[in-house]
Design a protein around this ligand. Structure first.
Ligand code: 5AD
Ligand code: SF4
Length: 498
């Protein structure tokens, strides 16, 4: 066999990892370096699996947002390349939690589950545990894990996820090479300006995919920890984004979700600046791509140009997620959101005028420091005026290190709870009423999966993101079909093929 020295290889995506020359030094440039370590980790996994007398399994658990979901697909792409096979529970040989830290309860969930993982590990000498994602960017978290959860093998953060293959190689060496449990592999970066392209990804769905268009956030909303754990805004080059989507389409994808913490400020810092609206125009041109979604829009940066592109487009789905956070201009100012109630309502008016059928969804925080009953009523007022198709409602969670955590007059828990319940009731009533409006219409549905409860049904989504169940078999999965919406049941529809 001819062994390949990856320092001199061009298209590494096509290389058979079993032919990589591991006696050559690791390349010092990406992505070749990571392919080298994939090959190396693969040789370790093969050895371990021979010892175990069975294939080694992995299990990933993702907390948090769509960004993390996409990151997990990257982790899985690498794990499969290095020879692990998918397991269906945490009783696996490698378990990794991709964590979220946006609210305190996200952190508590992880600590809660680590104890359980430890009990599993005691029964399985081949088991290794990894932690990554936003929570790991907080020094206090890493300190706590080092003190109290010594059985964790690998910890890394959000900025160096592209180095997963290399870190996994190190962790395998540290865990199984010497005395077991002697060394934790920890690599956390404070920030990065690096974007590595062309690493393997294993998609959850064959027909739809998330696509990162930018990383990080520069907004520093006063309650939010994201800018501290995801770093400064970096946009991918448009040609890389287009190339990725073209490859996805060639591989059967018909719907993409463009991902960024604040997609409306896409491209501002590129060497050749480009607006998000311009990027959408380019994505629209890709043959074979049928649906385009994006997430998340910040109201302060939502441009008229974007609204115009949404109006003209044949592919952009009629759905806009536009986080409100609060309806009170005073609270919005303290949140550092840089828009007020009037601006937000005007935006909604413009969007609805341009795209009349658009579904609007939002995020709302209840109980931000200093929120009074009057402030809260302003939020209710916007909710009633906009009539959201759905809304994610959150109880304010104090995140150490953010400006809001140091603000006085934090709102008492019982007051927050009472407001939260009132808001939820309002949001749900409006959503149910809105959904009713489409009953009887015939609309395209992208069928996504077999129904989990009823084998005779499949489940898909309308362009506006609503869920539809309809009779049909698995041959429909991944296809866009016209469906008559027979009945609305609160948050979903029952339909039939038209
Ligand atoms: N407390 C509660 N909700 C928060 N979010 C962000 N930070 C916090 C916090 N400290 C919510 C915002 C954001 C969503 C992803 O999470 O509504 O839009
Ligand atoms: Fe957090 Fe605000 Fe950035 Fe969204 S825009 S990630 S809420 S700081």
């Amino acid at each position: 066999m001819n062994f390949i020295d990856l320092r001199f290889a061009t298209d590494v995506r096509e290389i058979d990892l079993d032919t990589v020359d591991l006696s050559a030094p690791a390349p010092d440039f990406e992505p070749n370096r990571q392919y080298y370590f994939m090959a190396k980790a693969r040789s370790y996994v093969r050895e371990l699996s021979e010892k175990a007398g069975r294939p080694l399994t992995f299990f990933t658990q993702t907390f948090g947002c769509q960004m993390n979901a996409r990151d997990s697909e990257k982790l899985i792409g690498i794990l499969e390349n290095i020879g692990y096979v998918p397991g269906d529970s945490e009783a696996a040989d490698f378990v990794i939690y991709n964590t979220c830290t946006v609210r305190e309860n996200a952190n508590n969930k992880v600590y809660g589950r680590l104890g359980y993982l430890n009990s599993l590990q005691k029964k399985n000498p081949f088991m290794m545990i990894g932690l990554c994602g936003c929570m790991m960017q907080e020094p206090s978290v890493v300190e706590k894990i080092k003190q109290s959860y010594r059985f964790v093998s690998l910890i890394f953060g959000t900025h160096n996820i592209y180095k997963f293959a290399e870190l996994m190689t190190l962790a395998l060496e540290n865990t199984f090479g010497g005395e077991k449990g002697s060394t934790m592999t920890i690599d956390i970066w404070e920030d990065t300006d690096k974007i590595v392209e062309d690493l393997p990804v294993e998609r959850k769905y064959s027909f739809k995919s998330g696509v990162n268009i930018m990383f990080g956030c520069n907004n520093f909303c006063s309650y939010c920890i994201v800018p501290y754990v995801r770093g400064r805004e970096r946009s991918r080059e448009p040609k890389e984004i287009i190339r990725e989507i073209e490859r996805l389409v060639a591989d059967g994808v018909i719907e993409v979700m463009l991902l960024g913490q604040n997609v409306n400020s896409y491209g501002k810092n590129l060497p050749q600046p480009m607006s998000f609206a311009e990027l959408l125009r380019e994505v629209e041109k890709i043959d074979g791509l049928e649906r385009i979604r994006f997430m998340t829009s910040h109201p302060k940066d939502l441009s008229d140009e974007l609204i115009a592109v949404m109006k003209e487009s044949k592919k952009i789905c009629p759905h806009l997620h536009l986080p409100l956070q609060s309806g009170s201009s005073r609270i919005l100012k303290n949140m550092n959101r840089r828009y007020d109630k009037e601006h937000y309502l005007k935006l909604v008016e413009k969007i609805r005028a341009a795209v009349p059928d658009i579904a609007l969804t939002t995020d709302i925080i209840v109980g931000f420091p200093g929120e009074t009953e009057e402030d809260f009523e302003e939020t209710l007022d916007v909710v009633k005026k906009v009539e959201y198709d759905s809304a994610f409602t959150f109880i304010y969670s104090k995140r150490t290190g953010t400006p809001a955590a140091a603000m006085e007059d934090q709102v008492p828990e019982d007051v927050v709870k009472e407001r939260f319940d009132r808001l939820l009731k309002e949001v749900q009533e409006i959503a149910a009423k809105k959904a009713e409006g489409l009953t009887g219409r015939t609309l395209p549905v992208l069928v996504e999966e077999r129904n989990r409860q009823d084998e005779t049904l499949v489940t898909g989504r309308l362009g506006n993101n609503s869920v539809v169940h309809l009779p049909g078999g698995k041959d429909l999965i991944g296809k866009i079909v016209n469906v008559r919406l027979k009945e609305c049941r609160g948050f979903y529809y029952i339909g039939e093929l038209a």
